[in-house]
Design a protein around this ligand. Structure first.
Ligand code: PLP
Length: 395
């Protein structure tokens, strides 16, 4: 049946009407502990007072002006991202897919501008996810996502995630860039080894390729540092960001080093809404909180407490879980029963999480969780496992 809202998602029968910190409230008044954060979006929880104030203040002042004019909030956020990262320049948009799309276009523009217009192909990795635009779908090459949408844009090759030999063999004179998620999120929380990321940097340098990190899911504090690649000590040439960047307000960004950004000139690319004053007020407010002294240290401490608790949970329930992986607040519990059964049980017990590929239950709580929230989450997980085990015995 066709519904007024187009059926792009299989929606759970639940509607939330308010949120505060780590909790969401549905329209029946039931409270849930939110360890999904809208799929890794609300990095500072729901309705963080600093973000609410920033958005309200901006809403009373100015909502939108075109990128035909200077936007002070945009210049401020760009400068802060430049100061805090590898990047020298930032393009703002409204979503992760748009950030990836901008990056894929700019990869070609860079090689064209530097006298290599034949270099246009991008190598990606199996299990990657980069969004739902044509180019981001073509880059990820996931058959289920491409089904019915062929033909895909040309110029994308794929090799096994983590396999350097395959990568080197796939490089030709037409190769322009390598795109990779430091931790593959959608396919089941698969981290790339730091060693592998370093080898990608060396390979890119050796063959004159651009290294493109897709940090839409892993960025903005999710792994306990501003961006996940910082753990490996490797810098990309360009990087997509979104999700947590606006704390729940749609903000995307493509960050680039100077040599890449130099290829971009007025008219090369654009966005009507990208970087508008409301979005930038939210982005700046997120950074006010995250870049404050001690924020990441505190978050990493809590992430360790969560990791330790989950490790014990996995050990105690081998029939439900067989492993834990990820980093910081982007964690995957490998399930031994269907991940959706675990998700449903958690929801019954008042906790939200998100499934991921490979039968994984993804936990992506806001970075502001305290030990009290962790205890509550572990309690609900424990109770849910016990109930699922009991149901399993009955069958
Ligand atoms: N890239 C990665 C790594 C993602 O995880 C996602 C979304 O989950 C995207 C890109 C697409 O982002 P959006 O849904 O905001 O377009």
């Amino acid at each position: 049946m066709v519904t007024p809202v187009m059926s792009t998602y299989a929606r759970e029968d639940i509607a939330f009407v308010s949120g505060e910190g780590v909790y969401l409230v549905d329209r029946e008044g039931r409270r849930y502990l939110d360890f999904g954060s809208g799929i890794s979006v609300t990095a500072l929880g729901h309705c963080h007072p600093h973000l609410v104030k920033a958005l309200q203040d901006q809403a009373g002042q100015l909502w939108h002006v075109s990128n035909l004019y200077h936007i002070p909030g945009q210049e401020k956020l760009a400068q802060r991202l430049v100061d805090a990262t590898f990047a020298d320049s930032v393009f703002f948009c409204n979503s992760g897919a748009e950030a990836v799309e901008a990056g894929l276009k700019i990869v070609r523009k860079y090689h064209d501008a530097t006298g290599n217009p034949d270099r246009y192909r991008v190598i990606s990795f199996t299990g990657g996810f980069h969004g739902r635009t044509f180019a981001s779908l073509a880059a990820a090459k996931k058959e289920a996502h491409m089904a019915g949408f062929h033909p895909m844009p040309e110029g994308f090759d794929q090799v096994a995630f983590g396999n350097l030999n395959e990568l080197r063999n796939a490089i030709t004179e037409e190769t322009a860039a390598i795109i990779v998620e430091p931790i593959q999120g959608e396919s089941g929380i698969h981290p790339a080894d730091a060693e592998f990321l370093r080898a990608l940097r060396q390979t890119a340098d050796e063959f004159g390729l651009l290294l493109f990190f897709d940090e839409v899911q892993t960025g903005v504090g999710r792994t306990g540092r501003l961006f996940a690649h910082e753990w490996a000590g490797v810098e990309p040439d360009l990087m997509s960001s979104a999700k947590g960047l606006g704390g729940g307000f749609p903000v995307g960004a493509l960050l680039a080093k100077a040599h890449v950004a130099e290829a971009v000139t007025p008219g090369s690319h654009g966005s009507t809404f990208g970087g508008n004053p409301l979005a930038m007020a939210c982005g700046n407010a997120v950074l006010d909180v995250m870049l404050a002294d001690g924020f990441f240290e505190g978050a990493r401490k809590q992430a360790q407490v969560l990791w330790d608790g989950l490790t014990k949970l996995v050990d105690a329930h081998p029939g439900i879980f067989s492993g834990l992986r990820g980093q910081g607040f982007l964690l995957g519990l490998q399930c031994e029963i269907p991940n959706r059964d675990v998700l449903r049980q958690l929801r019954k017990n008042g906790m939200l999480a998100v499934v991921a590929g490979d039968n994984v239950l993804r936990l992506a709580p806001p970075l502001i969780i305290t030990e009290r929230h962790i205890e509550e989450a572990l309690g609900i997980l424990e109770k849910s496992c016990a109930e699922l085990e009991k149901d399993g015995e009955k069958e």
